[in-house]
Each structure stands twice: as C-alpha cells, then as structure tokens.
Design a protein around this ligand. Structure first.
Ligand code: ADP
Length: 315
C-alpha cells in the first residue's frame, strides 16, 4: 500500500542564468508542487505514487525519468498527446525571481477523473494519505474533477486527505479559488496554508477564528507556514509552534512543498505533533538552503546534518 498518493501537473523547469530575453543559458529540470512533495517523501524512504500526465516529448521523458530515479511510483503517469508544460525561472535581481509559465493546454492540465479512477484501480491497496493542492483544481475543469474524484476515492477507502491550499493567483480569480478551496478544506483532515492563504479556505475575521472554523468543519490539524518564522500546528488540543531552522537562504522556491513532505513523513511515521512539525521545518530549511525546488531535499540519513556545526565534513 502506498503511504501517500498525490496528483498534479509535473512540468519541465528551465532555470536561466541570466535574463532569458538576453539569451541567458538555462538548466533543465522538473517542477510541480505535488511532484516536489512526492520526491521529498520518496527521499525519506516512503512509498509514494504520482498521478499525472506528460507530453510525448523529451520534457515528458525528463519528468518520468526523474520521478522514477527518485523512487516515486509512476504507474499512473500517463503520456498525453499534448506537450509537457514548462515553467521558466530567471533571477532578475537577488531576491526577485521572474516566473513564466507555459502550461495552457499542457498534458498536465488534461488530467481527468478517469486518470485518478484508473490509478486507484491499479494500486495494490489504497494509500494511507492522499495529498492534494489548490494548484491542480485551478488548471481547468478536468483537473478539478480529478481532484474531486481523488478525494472521493480516498475517503471511501479510509485514507486521510491532506490539502495544501497553495493559492496561485495567476491561475484563477480569488472568488473562484475561494469557492473551490472552501469545498476542499471541508473534506480535508490535514490543511496546510501560508498565513495569507487561510482566508481562502474558510471564513472568519482573524487567524484564530479561521482555524477554529476549519477544525470545527472536520479537519484534525491545521498547519500554518510562516516562512523564516517557522510554523504553527493547530489541533483540537491547542496550538504548537516551531521556529524555522536557521540556515542561509539561497532559494526559497519549494520551501512549502518540502515542508509538507516532512510533515507527511512524520505523519506516516506516527510521530507526535511537535516532531511532525520539527521534521517539516527541517525539510523546509533544506529546500531554502539549496538551489532548486526539490534537488536539495534530504534523505532520511541526512535529516540530522543541519545539527552539525559549520565546517563539518560529512560522507
Ligand atoms: P511557501 O514556500 O509555501 O511560501 P514558507 O515560505 O512559509 O512556504 O516556507 C515553508 C517552511 O519552510 C516554513 O514554515 C519554514 O519552516 C521553512 N522556511 C521558509 N523560509 C525559511 C528560511 N528563510 N529559513 C529557514 N526555514 C525557512
């Protein structure tokens, strides 16, 4: 049985050294919030499967090979006639990254409920946790139906549902986002959000009242990410906060996904809340301390290296 099943759009990622319009060179990799989480979990030794679609092109091959190399199950990664989506990152000035998406009509945005149903049918057993984000339903009607199907099948199989709100304002209007994210939050057991995203998941005039309404609505835990200030997890028993790990931030993209991977890893391992949070802030710190969305994520053996003093040589 997979520990975690996730679904979403996996894209090619081009990271330009200089400005693209000036002909800067770019390195190819892959990107996508749910794929980042899947890789983070696989690195920590968990059994994780990814449902998605890539194009019949070299970027699709790159995505498939990378997931496979990282140990993510790709049985449910379909090849679609449409091209693989692309995201282009260019550091315009230190601390400001320009992000260009080419994902309209992409293979990933043609994900459907049938893809999810086929994936469930092919699994040896249902997953323990389904992880979804607010990005996938923003990609179009098919992906939104795919997310709904995934939630329905997860619940029917007794799996827990984790929602990372992950609001992308470029993909949909705030009104449409709020409607869908409120609906998904009501189905989720674990809700992860940035401080500014909670407002899209529920009503309430302050963080405390929003958290209360999500817990009353059925969530067992609401985890609020606070960037360099760490994170807070709220449950019916109260709130637990954890500071961020002090690291030199070189690339903050992917921190939230890394955080979720750590949190779900701790959940699968049955760790108490404070230790789940500790693992989450640790994997989040790895993401910001290294380049790339997922490349710097730790293996289980590496989790403790942030405790080592500066200048330590490791094998
Ligand atoms: P997102 O990437 O989704 O916007 P955050 O920026 O809140 O999410 O980052 C997620 C988590 O990653 C934080 O809760 C924190 O644990 C960790 N993190 C983020 N920024 C830093 C930082 N500068 N130093 C150390 N840890 C960080």
């Amino acid at each position: 049985m997979p520990d975690v099943l996730t679904l979403g759009e996996i894209m090619a990622c081009l990271r330009a050294d200089g400005q693209v319009k000036l002909g800067g060179t770019a390195r190819t990799s892959i990107a996508g919030a749910e794929a980042n989480v899947a890789i983070g979990l696989a690195r920590l030794g968990h059994d994780v499967a990814f449902v998605g679609a890539v194009g019949p092109d070299q970027f699709g091959e790159l995505a498939r090979r990378t997931l496979r190399a990282e140990g993510v199950g790709v049985q449910a990664l379909r090849t679609d006639p449409a091209p693989t989506g692309i995201v282009v990152f260019e550091q315009r000035v230190a601390g400001v990254t320009r992000v260009d998406y080419h994902r309209n009509g992409s293979a990933g945005s043609r994900l459907s409920a049938a893809d999810v149903e086929n994936a469930y049918a092919a699994l040896p057993a249902p997953p323990r946790i389904l992880h979804i984000t607010g990005i996938t339903p923003a990609l179009g009607e098919g992906p939104a139906l795919a997310v709904r199907a995934a939630v329905r099948l997860a619940k029917a199989a007794g799996a827990r549902v984790c929602l990372d709100v992950n609001h992308r304002s470029r993909l949909w209007s705030e009104d449409v986002a709020r409607r869908m994210l409120t609906e998904l939050s009501a189905e989720a057991d674990i809700i992860v959000a940035s401080e500014d995203e909670l407002v899209l998941a529920t009503s309430g005039d302050a963080e405390a009242s929003r958290v209360r309404s999500l817990l009353a609505g059925g969530a067992s835990e609401v985890v609020v990410k606070r960037g360099a200030a760490g994170a807070t997890a709220f449950t019916a028993d109260g709130a637990v906060s954890h500071p961020a790990r002090p690291v030199t931030a070189v690339d903050t993209i992917g921190a939230g996904d890394a955080f979720v991977a750590g949190y779900l890893s701790g959940t699968v391992d049955g760790l108490p809340l404070v230790e789940r949070l500790a693992r989450a802030v640790t994997t989040g710190a790895f993401a910001v301390a290294g380049h790339g969305d997922w490349e710097g994520l730790p293996t289980r053996a590496e989790l403790s290296i942030l405790d080592l003093p500066d200048g330590t040589a490791v094998r």
